[in-house]
Design a protein around this ligand. Structure first.
Ligand code: KQY
Length: 366
């Protein structure tokens, strides 16, 4: 059993590193549930394999897989990918996995947040979620990393950090009554700072239009470097995203980070808008209690939802007129990393993208 710590990372001198800091492993979960992934998850499995292949050329990767899918996943994945068997409810390692924290001596610890499937019985996306709530703990036990169990509902995709004391999040998600209704905004902010080892929270009002996570920030606005934030954008004033992105821009342009720097905002024009086709909707099983997939429904497509790894950024693209600009922007923001594009549509059909299905483990000692 891994050591369970009392106290908080901040009190113990730990902080969540930025994603661009050195990593020793990336974690993913193999998709399979047919009520979220169309056609028995076969197209999603190919899409997840593309992401895994792009990452494991640059750093170790562990794929969590159910017993039933173990051999099938092995067929799809390169030999250097480590497979571990674990029960899960779905495949969103960003949200169910631990948040790793490090101290100045390079020691590694992890935070196990409470998970309620993006809102529990009030707008959550599936029931039950008990296997998913154990994923972070199991990962930390496997890695021999001491654990803080936070009595606080949070998904990893609802926060982003610069590793230097600043947290980005959205009110739409973290102030939603379906996450931590007993806490005030000030108490939530305090918890974020304590468990992420941070000093300042920048609150954006909302996330991407119709994002089923209640506006996860990792699909909308993320640090690309200290003082630099990528923001999902649209030039179309008639698109509901326009007002959302503009209100976030106003917050970011008037904010300073934990070190007192003003922020440079880099706009990434959204793809699409992208909508579910009749064929795509028909391929998903309909089960009561699970978010249905309906023809014509708009999806929360975004280029911000990428994975930053050692020497690489894995960027979802959508066969869209804005793909090329997104690639060029990433090349400018990450000149020392290879920008590897992967098809993003199948992952988007499940409700997220590359960042949502990955979780970095920073390099550090146990
Ligand atoms: O972080 C995410 N984007 C997860 C979305 C969950 C979707 C479940 N259908």
């Amino acid at each position: 059993m891994t050591r369970t710590l009392t106290g908080t990372p901040k009190a113990d001198g730990f902080r969540m590193p930025a994603e661009w800091e050195r990593q020793c492993n990336c974690w993913m979960v193999w998709p399979e549930r047919p009520d979220n992934w169309r056609l028995g998850a076969k197209p999603a499995q190919e899409a997840f394999s593309r992401v895994a292949r792009a990452i494991c050329d640059h750093e170790p990767l562990t794929m969590v897989v159910s017993g039933g899918q173990y051999l099938n996943a092995r067929e799809h994945l390169p030999a250097q990918v480590r497979e571990v068997e674990m029960s899960t409810d779905d495949s969103w390692m960003r949200d169910t996995g631990p948040t790793f924290v490090i101290n100045d001596a390079g020691e590694l610890r992890g935070v196990d947040w409470r998970f309620n499937a993006w809102g529990g019985l009030e707008g959550g996306l599936y029931f039950p979620w008990d296997h998913d709530d154990l994923v972070a703990r199991k990962v930390l036990e496997m890695e021999g990393v001491p654990m803080y169990r936070a009595n606080f509902v949070l998904e990893g995709g609802s926060i982003d950090v610069d590793g230097q004391g600043t947290v980005l999040t959205t009110e739409e998600c973290l102030l939603n009554h379906n996450r931590n209704p007993h806490l005030t905004k000030a108490e939530i902010e305090h918890n974020l700072c304590e468990y992420l080892g941070a000093d300042k929270v920048i609150w954006l009002p909302r996330g991407v239009y119709l994002d089923e996570t209640d506006g996860h920030v990792d699909n909308f606005a993320r640090f690309a470097a200290p003082g630099v934030v990528m923001l999902t954008w649209t030039d179309d004033q008639n698109d509901p995203q326009w007002e959302i992105s503009n209100e976030a821009l106003a917050v970011l342009e008037n904010a300073t980070d934990a070190r007192g720097r003003r922020l440079e905002v880099v706009k990434l024009h959204q793809p699409g808008p992208i909508h579910i086709t009749a064929d795509e909707a028909a391929g998903v099983d309909h089960i009561p209690g699970v978010q249905p997939r309906v023809e014509g429904e708009r999806l929360a497509g975004s280029y911000v939802n990428s994975f930053i790894g050692n020497g690489v950024v894995v960027l979802p693209v959508f066969d869209d007129v804005h793909d090329e600009d997104a690639i060029l922007t990433y090349k400018r923001l990450f000149p020392d990393r290879e920008i590897v594009t992967v098809p993003g549509r199948e992952i988007l059909l499940g409700g997220g993208n590359v960042h949502c299905i990955t979780q970095q483990e920073p390099s550090g000692s146990r």
